[in-house]
Write a new protein. Structure first.
Length: 763
């Protein structure tokens, strides 16, 4: 089954017509006569009876192909040669909803509705709005080849009243082309005889903002639908008429009839029908005259909107007039097409809507839209006519132009844009779909040479500039269209991912060069820049990585500022540590440590043998196990508890104006021993009798010291007697009691001592 690709997404509401969403069949139960009567807006005095397989009938409410009709109750009937429930069922296998109602019969599948009319005048007609849909391949077979057919006949009358209007709008056709069978209309509602069909979402058929909308949303397995026709069958009181749809063969593809608004009115062909339908002002064709661009008949040019063909106020008198359209092209390419001879105007196949998208066949030719007004009880009228002042053909059709509804956008990896980021361009939305796109990237107001791809990698040359992309859409027989994106934020430089702290190499002695070493930077810099400072003041003209201080800088603190520079990266500056400029240097002597290397003991450092002179100031740094424990000018250091087992070194830094500082270290001491607590015998005091309280007293150094207590009666521990005081129970009358005190302190050897016994009185 042939399908069509459309740029218009199903499920959208476009110009008042709903693109229905594919759903499962909605007709679980048989449709009753009452259901159909409601769907058809059946007035009083008209009855109906259905005949044929019940699966061929359905009631729908979704807006589809001009149904439900304006002014109805929001529903319409479906008559099908297959299962009516499959009209909107996109899940049928292979999108082939064909149903053979009776597999054992070769007779065509057929369903029908018979309408009975209780009362009618001599010139009354039964009016039915009908459109035909089919799975069959249209425009493929000659009209003489049997095809699925819709029929409307009166009982006892073989006259066929289900005829489509076809191309015959002007009586001039018969006069100017009496032997041209193409114009011997009307034609029966047979799929091979109908000259206008609308493919489901056929690309470029219609656009969302036009009056012809995509008429057929892509939600039905049926390939093509006609526009609506209003059938009229003369009817008298107690008469009846039957509307039916039948397969050409039982195994053929299926067709459907969408049916709505069954009513009674004066026959439009009757001599008693009302007259006077006419446009109140000449209609004009609006839109770009280009291949595949939409042209629309504007029925009221003096209003800003374009009125829909079936609107109550669509510019036709006396109101409530429905309109039919046929589009024609001039027979030759000409700039002067003001030709009222109808044989020079050729019918455009499938162009029977208020809007039309010219094809390549129309390029270079003028177009004309013929409008016919229809209203119940009135004779149909067609404008323009060859003798009318309303004859207004278009100028020749040119190359098409794109319609752009969304500009291109630039996708970036983060909210800002940095050098080395890769940007991607979207194309925006062009209608119709282009054959190809091309790109040009811009920085500020200049194109970026060679950057014509869908993606672009930002370079250092774009730092500080905004980026745009221009997308050009191209299509055969279309003028190219170039659309520019909005500008991005300005491109920012990157930051260096890692740097090493710069340093100064050199002795710091005046007259000897100092060198600024920048360290390792990632990524590698393009270059470094240098500045030198003395006591915070910039040294003029010193911009190289080396600087030799003169005697005037003796005693000054000198440092360098190193700036790393790379294209596309933010420059980064770092200061080196300061170097004191000296005029000479010390020769260090030796450092000795005196004292007992034990926790709690005081050590004393002595530094001797400095040449040529002694330092003016000395700083002592005491290291325990390689870690700094004390810094300052004091020569003494008390060994802390955490030094147990560690070795101690003292560093002495000598400083003197005009000399480079010099640090010398002592040899490491032996491992630090634990400290020794100073103890005495604990003393017990208090009331040494039953129910009396004894208390232990002790004072050991150096404080603070942590004490634990255990009381004994004789040589036996007293359970749970572990506090500094103890209340003597009666059972210990005459017994001897003492206390054992254990002292602990971090970095010191644990010590335990007993007190003297205390004898408990017997009373």
């Amino acid at each position: 089954m042939r399908r069509f690709i459309s740029p218009v997404a199903a499920g959208a509401v476009v110009s008042g017509v709903l693109a229905a969403v594919a759903v499962a069949p909605a007709h679980a139960a048989a449709v009753t006569n009452a259901d159909l009567a409601t769907a058809l807006d059946l007035p009083a005095g008209i009855t109906l009876t259905q005949a044929g397989d019940p699966r061929g009938f359905g009631v729908e409410t979704r807006v589809f192909n001009d149904f439900p009709r304006r002014g109805g109750n929001g529903s319409y009937a479906v008559l099908s040669t297959g299962q009516a429930a499959d009209l909107f069922n996109m899940s049928v296998p292979g999108l082939q909803p064909s149903t053979n109602f009776d597999p054992d019969s070769d007779a065509p599948d057929k369903v029908s509705l018979t309408f009975g009319v209780a009362s009618a005048g001599a010139n009354d007609c039964l009016l039915v709005d009908v459109a035909m849909g089919t799975e069959e391949r249209v425009h493929t077979y000659a009209e003489t080849v049997p095809g699925d057919t819709i029929s409307l006949k009166r009982d006892g009358d073989e006259t066929e009243y289900a005829m489509h209007a076809g191309v015959r709008y002007f009586s001039q056709y018969v006069q100017e082309r009496p032997n041209d069978s193409r114009y011997l209309e009307p034609k029966p509602m047979n799929v091979n005889a109908i000259k206008y069909w609308h493919g489901v979402n056929q690309e470029f058929e219609r656009q969302p903002d036009d009056q012809a909308v995509p008429l057929i949303p892509d939600v039905t397995p049926f390939n093509h639908f006609t526009s609506v026709e209003t059938f009229e069958v003369p009817i008298q009181a107690d008469g009846s008429a039957t509307l039916s749809i039948a397969d050409a063969g039982n195994n053929s593809l299926d067709s459907v009839a969408l049916v709505d608004r069954v009513r009674k009115a004066k026959c439009s062909t009757s001599s008693s029908a009302a007259t006077g339908l006419m446009p109140l002002q000449p209609a004009v064709v609006v839109g770009h005259r280009g291949v595949q661009n939409i042209l629309t008949v504007d029925l009221k040019p003096d209003t800003p909107q374009i009125e829909r063909y079936d609107a109550a106020d669509n510019g036709w008198y006396p109101g409530g007039v429905e309109l039919r359209f046929r589009w024609y092209r001039y027979w030759i390419e000409s700039s002067n097409c003001n030709d009222p001879i109808m044989k020079n105007w050729h019918l455009i196949q499938d162009a029977d809507r208020q809007s039309f998208a010219p094809t390549l066949d129309e390029k270079g030719r003028c177009l004309m839209a013929v409008v016919t007004g229809k209203k119940d009880g009135y004779r149909s009228e067609t404008f323009p006519s060859p003798a009318s002042a309303q004859w207004m053909p278009t100028l020749p059709i040119q190359d098409g132009v794109f319609v752009n509804s969304a500009v291109p956008t630039i996708t970036k990896p983060r909210s800002d844009i940095r050098v080395n980021d890769t940007l991607s361009a979207s194309t925006g939305n062009f209608s119709p779909r282009p054959d190809s796109y091309s790109y040009q990237w811009w920085a500020d107001s200049q194109p970026i040479s060679g950057e014509t791809g869908e993606t672009f990698k930002v370079t250092a040359a774009q730092a500080g500039r905004v980026i745009r992309v221009r997308v050009t859409a191209r299509r055969l027989n279309f003028d190219p269209m170039t659309i520019e994106s909005a500008p991005t934020v300005a491109v920012t430089n990157l930051d260096f991912t890692s740097t090493s702290s710069p340093r100064i190499e050199g002795s710091g002695v005046q007259g000897k060069p100092l060198t600024a070493v920048p360290g390792t930077w990632s990524p590698l810099t393009d270059k470094f820049e240098y500045e030198w400072f003395a006591d915070g003041e910039k040294i003029p003209s010193q911009t190289r990585n080396t600087f030799t201080p003169s005697s005037g800088y003796i005693g000054s603190d000198v440092h360098a500022v190193v700036k790393g520079i790379k294209a596309g990266y933010n420059p980064k500056s770092f200061s080196t540590p300061k170097v004191r400029i000296t005029g000479a240097s010390f020769t260090g002597g030796q450092v000795t440590v005196a004292g007992t290397v034990r926790v709690g003991q005081r050590l004393t450092a002595a530094a001797t043998g400095w040449t040529p002179v002694s330092p003016a100031t000395r700083r002592y740094t005491w290291l325990v196990g390689g870690r700094v424990a004390q810094e300052g000018t004091s020569t003494m250091f008390t060994v802390p508890p955490n030094a147990v087992g560690q070795r101690i070194v003292v560093q002495v830094r000598g400083e003197r104006t005009g000399y480079a500082p010099l640090t010398i270290s002592s040899p490491a001491t032996g491992a630090v021993a634990r400290g020794v607590l100073t103890t005495n015998t604990p003393r017990v005091y208090g009331t040494a009798r039953p129910k009396g309280t004894l208390r232990a007293s002790v004072s050991w150094r150096p404080a603070p010291v942590t004490y634990r207590y255990q009381w004994y009666v004789g040589k036996k521990k007293i359970a749970r007697a572990t506090k500094s005081s103890y209340k003597v129970p009666k059972k210990y009358r005459g017994k001897k009691i003492r206390v054992r005190i254990t002292a602990t302190k971090s970095g010191y050897t644990t010590v335990a001592r007993y007190s003297a016994y205390k004898k408990i009185a017997k009373k």
